[in-house]
Design a protein around this ligand. Structure first.
Ligand SMILES: Cc1cc2nc3c(=O)[nH]c(=O)nc-3n(C[C@H](O)[C@H](O)[C@H](O)COP(=O)(O)OP(=O)(O)OC[C@H]3O[C@@H](n4cnc5c(N)ncnc54)[C@H](O)[C@@H]3O)c2cc1C
Length: 473
């Protein structure tokens, strides 16, 4: 436990019961403390490796609850964490001994199909958003799973199946409503609080609590997508082909490359169970009539073990892997951006991926070019606009006994490749790795972020995140 946490734990323990009761009376949502029957369920995070014990969990139902919770934490000098979907790998949606603002009851979504916009409250997951937008023939560019929270994913940048066609999630963000460290409620957008709007597009939860997001919806409903699997002997050839296709193909074509162990479940033929394979999961948003032709050379490339690609509603593609990765598994990951994937890098991938330590462990490379490249590196806080690939190496298993082995594998794999990387990583896919890694993620944008932080959160109330320190002096 670091000294900040110790100090906050002490102050929380000293909180008068009467003070907490009075505070509770100002809330519409539930206040959960240790001893409450729902405490263990409410404090649980997606990553089962992280076990935090907050003193107070405030299940906010509206903006007034959020304001009350921010003011209470500030006035009583409590460590403060903000929880959107609770999916963060490093567990930054919670804290030990402090106060957690849990936004999960705030699930409002309003689709304005005439304006093509989608207003989303801070507690929604991407599955909630897909469910609301699909009937309107719209989609907000999001991630690759439906259970991830809108809050953390968006504030860190947001990459997914529509990145090459429509940019990062932040490139589709029109406006946010926020509660600041001093308890004020503000809107930030291109015409008001522009500095704040710039900072929240990639700068994480450093600047306040976003109670609602206004997104531009995109006209996407049924796409041509799904995974294709190849045995490891074809992996290098497939990876080289994929690299060229992603660098030169139409924006409508997206597909992440990964290494997976085939899970021993009925949907996969038994002869493939537990084999390590190269996987590309496609999402083509162009004309469905042309898709078969587009995928012909890919299908002819090397003998394919399994082919699940075809027309599929986008929400179904988005949730295809949810069942494989339920909440509560042990997660450990390392990430980096890459501009190039040389043949040497591909060889190193094959070497390390051939040793995937558990059935759930994986390596993914996400394309981040196309429309995402057409936004300048100074236009939003997300700095790595020239990078083409976001790499994440993930050790995952239900059993904590595998942790040491899978963490060592993930670190070794990452170390072998890091010197070829662009030098920084996607903040949403790193653990709690210290100030240098946060600075490396923002590069030249870091100082500007630190100035915005000093203006809106000079005492660093919002510091349970990939923290940007307020600039001093
Ligand atoms: C299985 C899995 C799949 C993933 N897939 C993708 C993917 O496809 N694409 C991608 O880009 N990322 C992906 N991620 C990474 C994901 O974006 C981050 O883990 C993100 O932090 C999750 O957001 P959350 O709201 O669920 O997390 P939380 O743990 O609730 O919060 C994470 C951080 O964001 C802050 N935060 C959350 N909501 C708010 C808010 N409303 N206001 C202020 N601060 C807030 C929190 O304080 C915390 O610092 C994935 C993660 C996992 C575990």
């Amino acid at each position: 436990m670091n000294s900040d946490v110790l100090e906050m734990t002490r102050s929380t323990n000293l909180l008068d019961e009467a003070v907490v009761t009075t505070f509770e009376g100002t809330l519409r949502g539930e206040l959960i403390q240790p001893g409450n029957g729902r405490y263990d369920e409410a404090r649980q995070l997606y990553n089962g490796m992280i076990d935090k014990r907050p003193a107070l969990i405030i299940c906010c139902v509206d903006t007034a609850d959020v304001q009350a919770a921010v003011n209470f934490a500030r006035e009583h000098k409590l460590l403060l964490a903000v929880r959107g979907g609770g999916h963060n790998g490093a567990g930054l949606g919670s804290c030990d001994g402090g106060l957690v603002i849990d936004l999960s009851p705030m699930k409002g979504i309003r689709v304005d199909s005439a304006a093509g916009t989608v207003r989303v409250e801070g507690g929604c997951t991407w599955g909630d958003v897909d469910h609301a937008t699909y009937p309107h023939g719209l989609a907000v560019p999001t991630g690759f799973l439906s259970t991830t929270g809108v809050g953390g994913l968006t504030l860190g940048g947001g990459l997914g199946y529509l990145t090459r066609r429509y940019g990062l999630t932040i490139d589709n963000l029109l406006e946010v409503d926020m509660v600041l460290a001093d308890g004020r409620f503000v809107t930030a957008g291109p015409d008001q609080n522009e500095d704040l709007f710039w900072a929240v597009r990639g700068g994480g939860g450093n600047f306040g609590v976003v109670t609602s997001f206004l997104f531009r919806g995109r006209p996407v409903s049924t796409v041509y997508g799904g995974p294709m699997f190849w045995e490891m002997e074809h992996a290098a050839e497939v990876m080289r082909y994929w690299r060229e296709l992603i660098l030169t193909g139409p924006d409508d074509l997206n597909g992440w490359f990964g290494f997976h162990t085939v899970p021993p479940v009925d949907m996969f033929p038994a002869e493939h169970h537990l084999k390590k394979m190269a996987v590309i999961t496609w999402c083509y948003t162009g004309d469905l009539e042309e898709a078969e032709q587009l995928f012909e050379p890919i299908r002819a490339l090397a003998p394919m073990a399994m082919d699940f690609a075809g027309p599929i509603p986008l929400p179904a593609l988005q949730s295809l892997f949810d069942g494989l990765y339920p909440p509560g598994l042990q997660w450990y990951w390392n990430a980096d951006f890459f501009t190039e994937l040389s043949d040497d890098v591909i060889d190193l991938h094959i070497q390390h991926a051939s040793r995937l330590p558990t059935v759930h462990s994986t390596m993914h490379l996400y394309p981040i070019n196309g429309a995402a490249h057409r936004v300048g590196e100074k236009d939003t806080a997300w700095s790595f606009r020239e990078a083409n690939f976001a790499q994440v190496i993930v050790g995952v298993d239900p059993d904590p006994a595998s942790n040491e082995r899978m963490i060592r594998w993930s670190k070794d794999y990452w170390s072998a490749l890091h010197s070829y990387s662009a030098g920084g990583a996607y903040v949403n896919m790193i653990m709690d790795e210290g100030a240098d890694r946060v600075q490396a993620a923002y590069r030249d944008n870091y100082d500007r972020l630190a100035r915005v932080k000093a203006k809106y959160d000079p005492d660093n109330l919002f510091r349970v995140n990939q923290n940007i320190k307020p600039m001093t002096g």
